[in-house]
Design a protein around this ligand. Sequence first.
Ligand code: SF4
Length: 456
Amino acid sequence: MCGIAGIFKKENASFGVAEALFAEQHRGQDSAGIVSWDKEGLHSHFGLGLVKDTFSQEKLKSLPGSMAIGHVRYPTQGPVSLCNCQPHIFSMDGKPIFALASNGDITNLPELIEEIEKEGFALEGDNDAEVMAKFVGMVAFRRNKGLVEAMYLLMEKALGAFSAVLMTDEELYAFRDPWAFRPMCYGDKDGVAAIASESVALDILRIPYKGEIPAGSIFRWGPDGSMTYPRRVEKPARHCIFEHIYFSRPDSVIFGEKVFEVRRKIGEALASGDDVKADHVIAVPDSSNYIALGYANRSGIPFALGLVRNHYVGRTFIAPDQITRDEGVRFKFNPLPGFIAGKKLVIVDDSIVRGTTIKKLIRMLRENGALEVHLRIGSPPIRYSCYYGVDTPNREKLIASKMEIEDIRAFIGADTLKYLTIEDLRGTVSNPDDYCYACFRGDYPAGEKKHPSLVS
Ligand code: SF4
């Protein structure tokens, strides 16, 4: 996933970018970086871990200027390391020319790398943003086409997901892949402009939301005002439906929809025609809360906060290695004492990836005396990997790619199991044809990624 933010023409812009990144922390927890620019030049700071641990007041004071961009990282390409932190700084002859941060995943990265290496550029890290920055820098300054043409050429050649911010010494740009897989919005007020992955970051900054950066287009803010460059590459919109199901914050507006409302509709659709009898509906907190509320409203079964989540453990789905994930499950959730015993429960979760987390949770509910556990899932079965910015495991590790629903039910130990259908999911958004459903159907709109790592 990753989260990005940018601010133009605001005193101490780095403070605002840090606040925006803090609001987007759920989009990536492995590293954070901010680059600012003032008349003295470019300033940068990066760190592994959370925004609050990486950016003290002192660190932010060392990033002066009225323009800044930042990034929180969730790795889908390349290991967690300082050289893979973003924004990436593009320099020529030792002089910084621009900085770029991106959210997404490019499926044909090797083709772009071949092109930049032919012109003498070498990679230092293993991440999309560095390749994008070097490609744009090469076209703009080695081939003398200028930045806007370079961004257009990148959008013509790169396949996959990328929502990006780019900052020079006096301009801020935002551009987005022609499919618009990942969200990116902007707002402005009194001459101050802000860009963010999610609208919640604009709320925190108190900058009114204006809309999304349109697919395949370029926005520019500079000393002479703002400018929009329309799309040149026509592709059908393919927004990631999982942004609604799980990734984005419920208080964000994504792809023109209020996320919490889509989740509530998902819950209502799950409950339609479901005749299970239970004492309570409980959510796997927090991402499933609104789905469970929708289910409870439609079914008439009372909603209860039966599980408590420890917020100081990362999202289990995001944890990049198996050890962290297993420990996370044990520490992350705990049932209310005495509440579960003797109850028939509907438990609502947003998705099942490997099945290991929910299996442990159901075991925990039974150990606490649950009489029946009926599992309802707010997405269709995930049968295919994602290549557009989500670190889903290889296909063979996805439980729904190798088991039928009844076998999954038996494996995780639920009394009954029901998934949302793709048709019902489509009914929860206004423009269902504008979404990607590849992790359910395997119909990849921008190709498959076949390069697990590029730099050894
Ligand atoms: S494959 Fe799934 S997770 Fe990936 S972009 Fe498409 S809908 Fe989103």
